[in-house]
Design a protein around this ligand. Structure first.
Ligand code: HEM
Length: 149
């Protein structure tokens, strides 16, 4: 499976969990999980949907180790961080705070990698010379191949 598809699948799975938390809060009228719900939706659903769209738009950007490390840090970090936030707001701060801290460090690190990945993929060799990766024909760009083998 290529990285774009993996990110999109991750987006809908994490989004489903996030939406369900919101739905559950609405039914129970207990809003303790609002911060966990918000972070699951924004980091899980929205961010991963954008990662998937980016890797689909510029397949060459998904080649190599860095994008894989980005995916692992972002996905594991999001789940661990949201679990930590949920635990804290349910009154178990002492136990869950390390999860929230560790998860946020992983998510933050993943985004630093993503900044690098985006700049690497969109840099122009020269204004009038070689086109940027996104301007090359789709096949030369790796569009036809799955980048995960
Ligand atoms: C089925 C879909 C959803 C339901 C039923 C739902 C429900 C809720 C509920 C009940 C709250 C708490 C409101 C309160 O504290 O008074 C909330 C807060 C929030 N939701 Fe959702 N939500 C949904 C989807 C989303 C999505 C897709 C996002 C973002 C992409 C989102 C972002 C937020 C944010 C930022 C907050 C505020 C969190 C806070 O105050 O700490 N929600 N939502």
């Amino acid at each position: 499976m290529n990285l774009a598809h993996l990110c999109l699948r991750t987006a809908v799975v994490l989004g489903f969990i996030g939406f369900s938390m919101g739905f559950g809060m609405g039914i129970s009228q207990d809003f303790s999980l609002a911060p966990a719900h918000a972070h699951m939706n924004l980091l899980g659903w929205v961010s991963f949907a954008l990662y998937g769209a980016f890797y689909a738009l510029i397949p060459q950007a998904a080649v190599g180790m860095l994008p894989r490390i980005h995916y692992i840090l972002a996905s594991v970090g999001t789940v661990v961080m949201v679990a930590g936030i949920a635990g804290i707001y349910l009154g178990h701060g002492a136990t869950f705070e390390p999860l929230a801290i560790g998860g946020s460090i992983a998510v933050y690190g993943s985004f630093i990698l993503f900044v690098f990945i985006v700049f690497r993929a969109t840099r122009q060799a020269s204004l009038f010379g070689k086109p940027s990766v996104s301007e090359e024909p789709a096949e030369a760009n790796g569009a036809a191949q799955g980048v995960w083998g």
